[in-house]
Design a protein. Structure first.
Length: 257
């Protein structure tokens, strides 16, 4: 029996693809990546208003305009989905941190500019993915390892901040710079996490004022002045001057008029 041949045009197209080295799997892989990204994007949006335990695969697929089968074609289960979501969020966070630490307009950044940029980047990250961070923290109560990727990314960012900011803190002893920066970052991360979980105020997470005030606090703690970019802030003197004393010499017992 004669084997039917493909139409001439199809054979010619196949030959052209082979000739130019085209990968016939590329369109399939592109669709698979698009499906995965659509599900991850929908998951991030849904976590903004819910938690991981209540996340429904059927609702997630519907929000992505995909079938449940499409979900299971990309992820083994919800845990595998959450792991992929973690990878995406932490990769974006690390990229944003590196961009925040780059010199602006080709000029070396001042210590104050670095602190301001890092505060804006961290708080914006918490603001953008508050739902995911909240879900990850709650999920960590039963799956402690689920918080590890975020911790690891946070520590990596701290090390990169130390490498860029540390040399600019000439007024701090070299042996103390890393420890001071680590604690400054602890204050920044802690404030962001508290804002995500409780948003106690007086400045809410949604307000851009939050990163500005945090930048001021961290600059004060690290001794960074606005006028010079770095340097120790003057210590408060214990000496009381007559002009600033709450009681003048004349008003003190035994004082002269």
């Amino acid at each position: 029996m004669e084997i039917p041949q493909a139409p001439v045009r199809q054979r010619a197209a196949a030959k052209r693809s082979i000739a130019v080295g085209a990968d016939p799997l590329q369109p399939v892989q592109a669709r698979a990546h698009a499906t995965r990204d659509a599900l991850l994007a929908a998951g991030r949006t849904m976590l903004a208003n819910g938690d991981f335990d209540s996340l429904s695969i059927a609702e997630l697929a519907a929000a992505s305009k995909l079938s449940v089968g499409s979900f299971y074609g990309r992820f083994r289960d919800k845990e595998a989905f959450f792991e992929q979501l973690q990878e995406q969020v932490t990769a974006e966070f690390l990229l944003a941190a590196r961009q925040a630490l780059l010199p602006k307009d080709g000029q070396a950044s001042t210590a104050e500019a670095i602190v301001t940029s890092v505060c804006a980047m961290v708080i914006d990250g918490f603001r953008k993915d508050a739902g995911y961070v909240r879900a990850a923290l709650r999920h960590a109560s039963t799956q402690p390892a689920s918080w590890s990727p975020i911790q690891s990314a946070g520590r990596q960012v701290v090390q990169e901040v130390i490498a860029v900011l540390g040399p600019k803190l000439a007024h701090i002893a070299p042996a103390q710079r890393a420890g001071r920066i680590r604690f400054a970052m602890q204050l920044l991360y802690g404030t962001g996490i508290n804002a995500v979980l409780n948003d106690p105020g007086p400045i809410p997470l949604r307000s851009k004022r939050l990163e500005r005030e945090l930048s001021r606090v961290l600059c004060l703690y690290l001794g960074i002045t606005k006028s010079t970019g770095l340097g120790p802030r003057p210590a408060l003197s214990n000496t009381r001057h007559a002009s600033s004393s709450p009681r003048s010499a004349a008003s003190r017992p035994g004082g002269s008029a």
